[in-house]
Design a protein around this ligand. Structure first.
Ligand code: GTP
Length: 387
């Protein structure tokens, strides 16, 4: 039976052919490809007063048009609205979950307004923990609903933070990454905006509120992150959102049309086309930064490969040249040796030839002498007989 099972095994064994090169250096690409195939999931928590521009900014950031009903200002409690969208940009798939506060800041007594937010964040941690504690975990199809980032919308008052803002941020800062945003920043002048930013930052610091620190360990983004973390710099981001498309030059862009000009909501710093003021939310776009980083890394890897290939080529050519010179020298040495041996052999042959010739002469002489002596001997014998 064992013998047959071995036969069966040998017959059923599959021969797999390599699909391509597989090596350590391919690992980052394989990870990126796997992530792209699986898709990404990104959960955003938007905390801010009713009508502050949460939905508009999300639409502006992700270039979508996820129509949403306006919330009422008359809820007795703060609630949360959770919506999940499947987005695709080029080959990147994103499962985007947007959790928005509803009725935030509308109650007379706002003391417990932060509680539903804290409860929601905790519940997602708990759900994940429960999944992790299972004997048979299935993280492949598990939708991780833990919040990646909390966009905190600050009213563009130009004064200071409200106690509700401080209270909520204080209660969630250890649980989520808070990115503070000054909403509807087009309503503040440039000077007021900078002062407002500094005021907000000093209030956050004096109240011991931790906001998200952009990671500086990745060299591709370190410089940009450092400038973003800089106190009294760009944080809190001043943002402008829009659902409308307006014409700027020959292009249609998302922006807000005013009597004094067009304000482009999401733009690159080089593309500030607005007359007067333009506040950008650049670098917050998820797709944009991911693709940028991936492309930069890919380019860097490609350049490195090219450099290494060039170096290898140069080394190879150098070694070929060295070998060629060595071979030529050896060939020359061998040729000289051969010539020398040939000369020696010729001399040797000539010497032997001379000796042979001498020997032959000696043999001829010997035979001559032998013939003479035989003749003499015969004569002597004849003479003796006669006598
Ligand atoms: P709720 O979900 O109802 O709480 O509102 P929201 O916070 O999602 O606000 P929404 O995006 O619905 O915007 C409310 C209003 O503000 C709309 O009329 C927007 O056009 C306007 N708005 C949004 N963003 C901006 C902005 O950056 N500047 C200005 N001036 N208006 C804005």
């Amino acid at each position: 039976l064992f013998h047959w099972s071995i036969h069966l095994f040998l017959y059923t064994v599959r021969c797999l052919t390599m699909l391509g090169h597989f090596g350590f250096e391919c690992l980052p690409h394989q990870l990126v490809n796997r992530s792209i195939q699986q898709g990404f999931s990104f959960n955003i928590l938007c905390v801010g007063e009713t009508g502050i521009g949460k939905s508009t900014l999300i639409d502006t950031l992700f270039n979508t048009n996820l129509k949403d009903k306006k919330s009422s200002h008359f809820y007795s409690n703060v609630g949360l609205k959770i919506q999940t969208y499947e987005l695709q940009e080029s080959n990147v798939q994103l499962k985007l979950t947007v959790v928005k506060t509803v009725g935030y800041g509308d109650q007379i007594n706002k003391e417990a307004s932060y509680q539903p937010v804290v409860d929601y964040v905790d519940a997602q941690f708990e759900a994940y923990l429960q999944e992790e504690l299972k004997i048979k975990r299935s993280f492949i199809d598990y939708h991780d609903s833990r919040i990646h980032v909390c966009l905190y919308f600050i009213s563009p008052t130009g004064h200071s933070l409200k106690s509700l803002d401080l209270l909520t941020m204080k209660n969630i800062d250890s649980k989520v990454n808070i990115v503070p945003l000054i909403a509807k920043a087009d309503t503040i002048s440039k000077n007021d905006l900078q002062k407002f930013k500094c005021k907000i930052m000093s209030e956050l610091v004096s109240n011991g509120i931790q906001i998200y620190q952009f990671p500086t360990h990745d060299e591709t983004t370190a410089q940009m992150s450092q400038s973003l973390n800089f106190y009294c710099g760009q944080l809190p981001f001043a943002v402008v959102g829009s659902m409308d498309e307006v014409k700027v030059g020959k292009r249609m862009v998302r922006g807000r049309q005013y009597p004094w000009g067009v304000l482009q909501g999401k733009c690159d710093e080089s593309e500030q086309v607005c007359s007067g003021k333009c506040v950008c939310v650049n670098k917050l776009g998820f797709f944009c930064s991911f693709q940028e980083i991936y492309e930069a890394k890919r380019q860097k890897f490609y350049d490195q490969c090219q450099r290494e290939e060039e170096e290898l080529k140069q080394k190879f050519m150098q070694r070929v040249k060295e070998k060629e010179t060595t071979f030529k020298e050896s060939e020359k040495e061998l040729q000289e040796k051969f010539e020398h041996l040939k000369r020696v052999q010729q001399e040797e042959t000539m010497k032997l030839e001379e000796e042979r010739r001498q020997l032959e002469e000696e043999i001829i002489d010997f035979y001559k002498m032998k013939a003479v002596s035989e003749t003499l001997q015969t004569q002597v014998c004849t003479n003796i007989k006669k006598e």
